[in-house]
Write a protein that binds this ligand. Structure first.
Ligand code: ADP
Ligand code: MG
Length: 682
């Protein structure tokens, strides 16, 4: 980078030590930082028609002053100035707080342009801007920046303007001409000027497009470079399994694989055979048949002379997996073992020594599996189920276990592609996008609270046919703050309602692990018919006899989570039902309930969820590994993201990118991140 750009801010005319300090607190330290301090949005001053304005929206209108302004002073220095404005034949009010000096400008009959927040119910704009006359031909949009302390947006714009004048010519293009030409991208310095001082919307759009592509491409280049680095620098195992034996196993399954299952099995096996180390994410909706895929590839590693590990987030799941894998492998003489915290003392020691000797082929458990005392003879493949429950650190420890086993992360939360290629950008992704044939869709209904009696009758009908039911509540105990049904109350209500006919269990996250297991066991053995629970049953639990799912206060859950919960039913042959009790207050909330009743497709739901909640919230927690972009928006700019991803994959594999002069700037930007020196991104 041109060294002028690294100069501190006092090289800029008009910036003294105090301003410099303030700007530094906004993390603007150099000329470059200032130039790259992008607006976070653009204020839109386009004149609107009151009939199209939505409540709480920021709007600009143009109309004639229709009443003498009324000015009221209150408090110590406060004032409220109110005036009627006639727009066409619609009369609205405009209120200005603490701007009493505007009164003289509001002469009766005067044409004015007013900007502010629209209150639909009061038909009033709480105004922030007033302009006498029309703004039709003026600038009708303006960049808005995040500012702090005494730095105002106006001042910031002045500094940026000065920086552009003094140092604009020092900005270098990072893209080679060929890339600029390929997508007709605007040059970097031109685009930067336009981002800060857009002459019109068309040019802004082109400038924005350039930076969106740049941000995405850089990010994807880092990810792809990291992926390449990991693959080529960690010596993987070439797993040569016996193909015929593997085919026999697949042909011996009680059902044929779906095409999607076949495809992902091939993708995984290809990685295992290659000298590179696998780092793959397997996505498949609940019930899409990931377990059997896991079993097949575990068998492959055993046929290649190694051992496999399957790691899951809870002990209940570990037990279930151990059971189903043991059943699947009994015919071919494969030994599976379960390692949980309840395996103690002598049994534990025996198990560990057998593992070390290679007599146990597959070990199943929770993260107890990655403890130091657990040693394999030759670990070839590690699979984790529901990986996003594992932290980044656990993922890393896991990858470092053993020689350098191939690693497969499985998740039942369909992750929108745009998120998957950013949050898991350094991984390869396989997707099971097809359900086994003959699956019945779960009928989903959305009802209000007052329908409870009818719902319970519906539930009883299912129970009377020998079926079981889940009832999910958002909270455990009564909370003063939130008016939501809690699991304990609901449990009491249902226990009374079904007394003498059906048994009701209660499950929540605050119970000790062994109690949870016991309650789950009772339910899976049908000694309780109804399980009232918080969301702890969300992940992976399999009780095929359950056909009825009732979710209280469903508006409190995200779409992906509701879908996960719903996936606890519909696991057997019988028709299953899901009832959502919700009185959502917002349009978005209503939209979510409606979507749930309309589709069973987890990928469709996850895309919607991302759209409605935004990338930051998608995983329901902060450090989700989703990067923040300055200009780009994963949801709106997904096409550009896809393009950047494809380009990055091609570039990183090309010789030109690593050697030719035209890519030196881009390479330089990667260097800054430490990727090239083999450091981790996170
Ligand atoms: P997931 O783990 O993806 O939620 P599972 O692996 O538990 O799904 O599979 C759900 C059910 O579907 C299991 O009972 C499994 O035996 C069955 N199944 C898996 N693959 C197929 C298939 N190709 N055809 C029919 N049934 C299948
Ligand atoms: Mg599963």
């Amino acid at each position: 980078m041109n060294k002028n750009l690294n100069l501190p801010l006092d090289h800029l005319k008009g910036i003294g030590p105090e301003t410099k300090k303030q700007l530094e607190e906004m993390r603007i330290k150099t000329i470059y930082d200032l130039l790259e301090y992008f607006p976070y949005r653009y204020e839109d001053f386009r004149v609107r028609n009151p009939e199209d304005m939505k409540h709480d929206e920021k709007v600009t209108v143009e109309g004639k002053v229709h009443s003498e302004p009324s000015l009221v002073f209150y408090g110590r220095k406060k004032s409220r100035l109110t005036v009627k404005v006639l727009i066409g034949n619609i009369l609205i009010s405009a209120v200005f707080f603490n701007q009493h000096y505007l009164k003289n400008k509001l002469a009766l009959g005067e044409l004015v342009t007013v900007t502010g927040k629209w209150d639909q119910h009061r038909q009033t704009i709480t105004a922030t801007h007033l302009q006498v006359g029309s703004n039709q031909n003026g600038q009708d949009f303006e960049p808005v920046y995040t500012v702090r302390g005494s730095i105002t947006v106006k001042a910031l714009r002045k500094y940026i303007s000065a920086a552009l004048t003094q140092f604009g010519q020092d900005l270098e293009e990072v893209f080679p001409d060929s890339l600029l030409a390929k997508y007709k991208l605007m040059k970097r310095n031109e685009a930067l000027g336009i981002i800060h001082f857009p002459p019109n919307r068309e040019e802004l759009k082109l400038a924005r497009r350039r930076f969106v592509y740049e941000e995405f491409l850089l990010f994807q280049l880092k990810m792809q470079a990291l992926r390449k680095h990991e693959r080529e620098n960690s010596k993987g195992m070439v797993q040569g399994y016996h193909l015929e034996k593997l085919m026999d196993f697949i042909n011996g399954l009680p059902f044929p694989l779906t095409n999607a299952q076949k495809r992902v099995v091939n993708e995984i096996l290809k990685d295992m055979k290659s000298p590179f180390r696998m780092n793959r994410l397997l996505q498949g909706d609940v019930g899409s048949g990931k377990t059997v895929v896991a079993a097949i590839v575990l068998y492959a590693t055993i046929l290649a002379g190694h051992q496999g590990a399957l790691m899951v987030p809870t002990e209940i799941l570990a037990e279930q997996h151990a059971e189903s894998l043991t059943a699947m492998f009994s015919k071919v003489g494969i030994r599976c073992a379960l390692l949980t915290s309840s395996v103690k003392g002598k049994r534990r020691r025996e198990l560990l020594s057998e593992l070390k000797e290679g007599n146990i082929h597959i070990l199943i458990g929770t993260h107890a599996l990655i403890q130091d005392e657990v040693e394999f003879q030759s670990l070839g493949l590690v699979i984790t189920d529901e990986q996003h429950r594992f932290g980044v650190e656990q993922r890393r420890v896991l990858r470092e276990k053993g020689e350098s086993p191939d690693v497969l992360f499985m998740t039942a939360t369909p992750i929108p592609r745009t998120l998957a290629i950013t949050a898991f950008g350094e991984m390869d992704v396989s997707i099971i996008d097809e359900m086994p044939a003959g699956r019945k869709t779960i009928e989903t209904y959305w009802v209000k609270h007052d329908m409870l009696t009818r719902i319970l009758q519906f539930m009883e009908k299912e129970l009377s046919q020998g079926r079981q039911a889940y009832v999910i509540c958002p909270l455990i105990e009564e909370s003063e703050k939130l008016d939501v049904q809690n699991a304990m109350d609901v449990h009491a209500t249902l226990a009374t309602f079904f007394q003498g006919r059906y048994k009701v269990g209660l499950m929540h996250g605050k119970l000790p692990a062994d109690e949870k297991d016991a309650i789950m066991k009772e339910f899976s053995e049908n000694s309780t018919q109804i399980l009232v629970s918080t969301t702890v049953v969300e992940v992976g639990v399999n009780v095929p006899n359950s056909t009825f799912m009732l979710i209280y206060d469903a508006e409190r859950f995200g779409l992906s989570q509701l879908h996960q919960l719903r996936g606890r039913v519909g696991r057997g042959d019988a028709q299953s039902y899901c009832v959502l009790i919700a009185d959502p207050k917002t349009e978005v909330g209503k939209e979510r309930m409606k979507i749930m009743t309309e589709t069973n497709d987890g990928f469709v739901l996850s895309e919607k969820d991302l759209e409605l909640r935004g990338p930051g919230d998608f995983f329901g927690r902060k450090q989700s590994g989703v990067p923040e972009f300055k200009m780009a928006d994963m949801v709106h700019d997904y096409r550009i993201l896809e393009t950047a991803r494809t380009d990055a994959v091609v570039l990183v594999e090309s010789k030109a990118f690593w050697e030719s002069d035209e890519y030196r700037h881009l390479r330089g930007l990667l260097d800054d991140t430490g990727v090239m020196s083999g450091e981790k991104l996170d």
